[in-house]
Design a protein around this ligand. Structure first.
Ligand SMILES: *Cc1c(COP(=O)(O)O)cnc(C)c1O
Length: 396
């Protein structure tokens, strides 16, 4: 057979990591990389965090998995902590971001249908959104590249331009159940919802009994310098999907909801075999032990500011390459004037710096949140060397 045993859906590069040390990855061939990709905003505690390792080892040796048919002291503890830290009253645990968004979509539909409003099933979603790769979550995005080959899509989504409040309002009709939106689009290129847009969606939802669902799979769990990014807008959602950072590298996601929004999620309506198992709960609790405190959040904001300020100075040296810096906390985007993919590959292959390309020719800088001053200095050294050698190559 000619097909790769690993189904070839990813264009994988030739870096083959076999070990992680804090903010660095070491590849099979011994190369060492500074990791500003962090497994796509997942490894928020870096790669060898003692607290996370210990929690997983101890739980694995005690009890790895039981069914959700039984009571869950581990799950109750993590759910209670999330409830205490956020707008939410109740939590459903999943194994991924897409599953968390799926649960959010089902919760929103059930909210209306539980009251007999069978016709209110449609979510208004936004251009260049990314919500995952299941049939439901690709249907929630307007991106043709994710639809191609997989039609028919799931009905019940209406696409509107991101940050266009008037268009969102105009799209509301008798079938509308709510809005699903990322506070800062990640895959879409680190593009933030404006205050006006987010507050406007909240106000429309309140006025018309619609649900505001936030996809904080990438922005959540301290990434932007707040525990969740919605705090920066001074609003609260009705439903929120979280994943990526919450397990620190262990597959874990969650759908958070208010009591009111979750009124349709009664026994027997939803489930997951693995979701919320004791091993995942141990990982989630260990992550919260590290990040769910004001001191840690302040450190993320402070490091984010330091990197942003440095980037703003740096891009002035290469006006032909870079356009601007955007984002919040340690979720930063460096928008290029040229294609971002070749430059990301250049940084990786020639300067040992890992970052991730995103939409709109933006380089995503999403390091572990535990990054220190020495690694930030190393980042700027590598980035500067990368831009200098790239500028030379480009000119040649
Ligand atoms: C990564 C991501 C998802 C999907 O998460 P998976 O764990 O890959 O299923 C959903 N929404 C956003 C905003 C994401 O960044």
């Amino acid at each position: 057979m000619a097909i790769d045993p690993l189904m070839p859906v990813y264009p994988r590069c030739d870096v083959r990591p076999v070990r992680g040390e804090h903010c660095h990855l070491i590849s099979e061939d011994g190369r060492r990389f500074l990791d500003f990709a962090a497994g796509i905003a997942v490894n928020i505690l870096g790669h060898s965090h003692p607290g996370l390792i210990r929690a997983i080892q101890e739980q694995a040796a005690t009890l790895m998995h039981v069914s959700n048919l039984y009571g869950s002291p581990q799950g109750e503890r993590l759910a209670q902590r999330l409830v205490d830290l956020t707008f939410a009253d109740t939590v459903f645990f999943t194994n991924s971001g897409a599953e968390a968004v799926e649960c959010a979509i089902k919760t929103a539909r059930a909210y209306h249908q539980y009251e007999g409003n069978e016709e209110r099933f449609e979510l208004i979603t936004f251009s260049n959104a990314f919500h995952g790769r299941t049939m439901g979550t690709i249907s929630a995005s307007n991106q043709e590249k994710m639809h191609k080959g997989f039609r028919p899509l799931l009905p019940g989504f209406k696409y509107v331009e991101f940050n266009d409040l008037a268009a969102a309002k105009a799209a509301i009709g008798p079938h509308t159940a709510g809005f699903l939106v990322e506070p800062i689009q990640g895959e879409g290129g680190i593009r933030a919802a404006t205050d006006e847009f987010m507050l406007g969606l909240r106000a429309l939802a309140d006025e018309l009994d619609l649900l505001l669902i936030l996809d904080e799979v990438q922005t959540g769990v301290a990434r932007t310098g707040n525990f969740y990014a919605y705090e920066q807008y001074g609003i609260e959602p009705d439903i929120l999907a979280t994943a990526k950072g919450i397990g620190g590298g262990f597959p874990l996601g969650a759908c958070l909801a208010t009591e009111k929004a979750a009124r349709g999620m009664v026994p027997g309506t939803h489930g997951s075999t693995y979701g919320g198992n004791p091993l995942a709960m141990a990982a989630g609790n260990a992550v919260l032990d590290a990040v769910a405190n004001e001191e840690f959040l302040a450190s993320v904001r402070e490091k984010g500011e330091r990197i942003r300020t440095g980037l703003e100075q740096f891009i002035g040296n290469y006006p032909d390459l870079f356009e601007l810096v955007r984002g919040s906390g340690l979720m930063l985007g460096l928008k290029m004037k040229t294609e971002s993919r070749p430059f990301v590959a250049h940084l990786r292959d020639n300067h040992g710096l890992l970052a991730v390309s995103a939409g709109d020719n933006t380089i995503r800088l999403i390091p572990p949140l535990v990054i220190g001053d020495a690694e930030i200095d190393e980042f700027f050294d590598k980035l500067s060397a990368g831009a200098a050698s790239y500028a030379v190559t480009e000119a040649a």
